[in-house]
Design a protein around this ligand. Structure first.
Ligand code: ATP
Length: 680
């Protein structure tokens, strides 16, 4: 190509963007014009200036390829097929990462030199920022398939190229790669390139589908289409379902066939919300492997044929963190301070996790109704935070939110704490009496945490209060009307407790208008986001978390759930040297790959909200036996994260005995004894 043509092209580009000189004859389409404007205005590129290609060095390229090995592996087979379809027409097939770095190629060996000359080399960065408008970079910028034909390119040196790029998305819908077919010096017209574009696009969809199916192996996968002959072929629609029928991932075809707005709109829904079929039918569908079932969708009553593929692989790691992106695990990440939010909203708590999204959807539906909510979930999974957010999302937001931890108040005090008492009602009672938590919560929300720890006789009293909506304080004879919204929570299996006669069935049904199950942290699909968010919330300066430390945080099984994560982050920020969190700033359990059993959960995560533990040398008596007991109690408290019921159980003593011992050893548990009152 002569120099004059290159100069003329550069002039045409600048003529169009800046109005300095004549724009190209025949003009360009909108996507190309907008891309040229980005190149000049945002990236300050010059179409005429020669530049050195941006090529990732060997070690970093290897690292990139390793991180994308699943994708590269899946794409290889499809690239071979596509190559056969267009062989002889001089194309190079390229697979890049989401930033435009070429990870692998399929090229006619006789044309390799020509492609090298054009800069199409494994490791080269073809983002718009580097190479200006092109089939890869512009596809990434536009997040859709694009064809950049000859003089559509921004840089004059690329105008011999014709490129067709199509994005590849992961099961969450995030773009992770681009498949591109490029040819040098072809005299084909733009319209004859359309055929190649269509083939590239089809291959990209097939790679996406294979990736979806591979990553969904730990789940049941529902395949469907309106035409039975299409089911279980690569063009059908697919939904990955958790064990309880919740959609954890959806592909684009499912979005299109169900007329949903996006993949996110489907994630978190129940299978039975989408189709006219019960959850129990799932098992039947599963046992009739590959059989097709006709069914209608609930929204429009359209008929589809379904087939259900059972989980292929249920190793705990994969099933626990199914579709989580771990690619970023070995990259350092810089995080800016965010400041502590006053209180988190339901949607902030849910993040991107499918189970949490389903919970917030259900909770929002009943936020303003009196329907009682029972939240089940392991300790530290955010039950109280969720209840508070629900309170704030309701019409009662301006009233009081009262949290009572039934597991942390000595049994003998629960009655007085909850129902209140008249002055002098019992020995030790305050002269002026006490209103009690129920009355304090009237008009607002009463959160009963660890409801499973409430003694049976008090369960009966609580049931009466809830049914009559009135309370009689201890030692009093008149009932006081209350207006309560009750949210209760437990990490214990209440249904099993009913069977064993430890929990009243009638109270269970009174509390359980709807039940929400909060996932353990290790089951959430958004740990990476939570880690970033906690660091951003807890830091007052920009910090970097190095790749190794990040990988440890993502790999750890988090027996203490979100509370533990928060404490680990706080401690790491406090002890890290400078502005970088490194692996050595993490507790040893995390550094060692999190392979300790849950029972030996880290004791190094001093709960910041908890009062500082006195050291064992401050024992009251100086007696070695007493000191040993004191030490054992302190350790058990820390290991059980200040949950007194669990601590008592671990020490094989009753809760009342534990409280007596705490008093004797001078161990103050302060506000950890359970009841917190906050006003909004
Ligand atoms: N999704 C979330 N995002 C950020 N922080 C959260 C989230 N969920 C909970 N937290 C924080 O994690 C900590 C533990 O949450 P919370 O006390 O609500 O858990 P819990 O399940 O009620 O615990 P327990 O069973 O011990 O009573 C709190 O500091 C809370 O603010």
């Amino acid at each position: 190509m002569g120099d004059t043509a290159l100069v003329q092209h550069a002039r045409g580009v600048m003529g169009l963007v800046n109005g300095l000189g004549a724009p190209p004859r025949g003009g360009v389409n909108d996507a190309v014009r907008v891309s040229w404007e980005r190149c000049v205005n945002a990236y300050q590129l010059d179409p005429a200036r020669p530049h050195a290609p941006d090529i990732v060095d060997g070690a970093n390229l290897k690292d990139l390829q390793t991180r994308h090995d699943e994708l590269v592996d899946i794409a290889r087979a499809e690239m071979d097929t596509l190559y056969d379809q267009i062989s002889g027409s001089g194309y190079a097939l390229l697979l890049t990462d989401a930033k435009g770095v070429i990870l692998s190629e399929k090229v006619d060996p006789t044309l390799t030199r020509m492609f090298r000359g054009a800069g199409l080399i494994v490791g080269a960065n073809w983002s718009e920022q580097s190479e200006g408008t092109n089939g890869i970079g512009t596809c990434i910028a536009e997040a859709r398939p694009v064809m950049i034909h000859r003089a559509d390119h921004f840089r004059a040196r690329h105008i011999a190229l014709s490129c067709s790029g199509s994005p590849i998305r992961d099961p969450q819908g995030d773009m992770i790669a681009v498949l591109d077919a490029s040819v040098v010096g072809s005299h084909d017209t733009r319209s004859s390139q359309m055929h190649t574009m269509a083939l590239v696009n089809t291959s990209a969809r097939l790679i996406e589908k294979c990736l979806f199916l591979r990553r969904s192996q730990p789940f049941r996968v529902l395949r469907f289409h309106s035409r039975p002959e299409f089911v279980n072929l690569l063009h059908d629609a697919a939904l990955a379902l958790a064990e309880d029928g919740t959609v954890v991932a959806a592909d684009d075809m499912a979005v299109s066939l169900l007329s949903a707005q996006s993949r996110r709109a489907l994630v978190g829904s129940r299978f039975s919300d989408l189709f006219e079929i019960d959850d129990s039918d799932l098992r039947q569908l599963e046992s009739a492997r590959h059989a097709l079932f006709p069914v209608r969708d609930r929204r429009y009553g359209r008929r589809y044929f379904l087939s259900l593929v059972p989980p292929q692989n249920s190793t705990p790691y994969i099933s626990a963190q199914p579709l989580r992106r771990v690619a970023a695990a070995s990259e350092s990440v810089r995080i800016e301070p965010l400041g502590k939010p006053e209180a988190m909203t339901l949607s902030e708590l849910a993040g991107d996790d499918p189970m949490m999204l389903r919970n917030t959807r259900s909770a929002s539906r009943v936020a303003n109704s009196p329907v009682p909510i029972l939240i089940q979930g392991p300790t530290g999974s955010g039950k109280e935070a969720f209840s508070k957010a629900l309170h704030l999302a309701s019409e009662r937001a301006s009233q009081t939110f009262v949290a009572v931890n039934c597991g942390a108040i000595p049994e003998s005090l629960i009655e007085a704490e909850l129902f209140g008492y008249k002055g002098g009602a019992f020995t030790g009672a305050r002269k002026e009496g006490s209103r009690g938590r129920i009355l304090q919560a009237s008009g607002g929300t009463l959160f009963l945490d660890e409801i499973g720890d409430m003694p049976l006789n008090l369960q009966t009293r609580l049931l009466r209060v809830l049914e009559e909506q009135e309370v009689v304080p201890l030692g009093g004879d008149t009932a006081i009307k209350v207006d309560l919204r009750v949210i209760s929570a437990s990490h214990r299996p209440l249904r099993e407790m009913i069977q064993r006669g430890e929990f009243r069935e009638d109270l269970y049904y009174r509390l359980n208008g709807i039940t929400l199950e909060l996932p353990a942290l290790r089951q959430r699909g958004d740990i990476e986001r939570l880690v970033r968010r906690f660091i951003a919330m807890e830091t007052d300066r920009p910090v970097t978390i190095d790749g190794d430390a990040f990988a440890c945080l993502l790999a750890y099984p988090w027996p203490g759930n979100i509370r533990e994560l928060r404490n680990v982050v706080r401690t790491a920020l406090a002890i890290c040297d400078g502005d970088v969190i490194r692996r050595e700033d993490l507790p040893s359990e995390l550094r060692n790959g999190g392979d300790k059993p849950a029972a030996a959960a880290p004791v190094a995560n001093n709960l910041p909200a908890a009062p500082a533990l006195p050291t064992e040398t401050t024992g009251a008596s100086g007696n070695p036996l007493e000191a040993a007991e004191r030490k054992a109690i302190l350790q058990a408290i820390e290991q059980n994260r200040w949950n007194m019921t669990l601590t008592a159980r671990a020490l094989a003593m009753s809760r009342n005995t534990l409280y007596r011992k705490l008093a004797r050893h001078g161990i103050a548990v302060g506000d950890q004894r359970g009841d917190k009152v906050s006003r909004h």
